[in-house]
Design a protein around this ligand. Sequence first.
Ligand SMILES: Nc1ncnc2c1ncn2[C@@H]1O[C@H](COP(=O)(O)OP(=O)(O)OP(=O)(O)O)[C@@H](O)[C@H]1O
Ligand SMILES: [Mg+2]
Length: 266
Amino acid sequence: MNNPDTLSQSNPQPLVLIKDLCRSFKMGKQTVKVLNGINLTLHRQEMVSIVGASGAGKSTLLHIMGTLDRPTSGQVLFEGKNLFKASETTLAKFRNRFIGFVFQFHHLLPEFTALENTYLPALIQKTPKSQAIQSATDLLTEVGLSHRLHHKPGELSGGEQQRVAVARALIRNPVLVLADEPTGNLDTHTGDDLFALLRKLNASHGTAFVIVTHNEKLSHQTDRLIHLQDGHIIDDRCLSASRVTESSEHPEDEKGGLHLDEAPPL
Ligand SMILES: Nc1ncnc2c1ncn2[C@@H]1O[C@H](COP(=O)(O)OP(=O)(O)OP(=O)(O)O)[C@@H](O)[C@H]1O
Ligand SMILES: [Mg+2]
């Protein structure tokens, strides 16, 4: 899919650069150190999994990458820019425009159909309704739900609900999708299918994915596997040399970086 609004060839900076990131929480008189000096570079179109024991800091890291939470110290640069210097309003606008989220529980609105749940974020972004409906229909077709457009979440299976959540995450053409245990609530077979879908969307849309998962088998299907332990990265390995070949199916102009100029001034 072409995404000329957000992608360009021009910016040589990595999509996300994390330097010495620490996050701690004050609990009464105690300080709980959750992330302890994370250094990480995320490239465009990468599909990365993050694994680690419960409490290792995976969700905390994902929330900061998604600008839902702020670092205690250290830097997170999006194409070289420190968005955390911006106001909450600016940060929210940036997040809505450039980042998609998929959670363990789909968080779909029960009163709305699959189609409405998918296109609502585009409407909020002031996309004309007819265009939003068309994009949502295309995405739901791509995730295999063209026959379920008018079903409400309660009339969909767990796997179908999660596929709607994936379509919703992609409706604004984000450059980065952050998924926290997207298969955690699904049976093995449905989880495998969802993961295969994420892989396909990563290739077809050129969207970068960071996926937190407890599923070791699935984590090995990404390009890169990061292992977090007690707030430290203890392993960060490339799993796939084939990405260059895979992404070469895209025209050159689809592969650039964020046009942060589009985001509100910082
Ligand atoms: N707002 C908070 N206040 C205090 N402590 C917190 C807060 N958020 C997270 N923590 C603590 O930080 C640690 C890491 O939490 P996090 O949710 O990032 O873990 P996780 O790796 O995602 O675990 P899981 O696999 O169980 O989801 C936990 O020990 C948690 O209790
Ligand atoms: Mg978590």
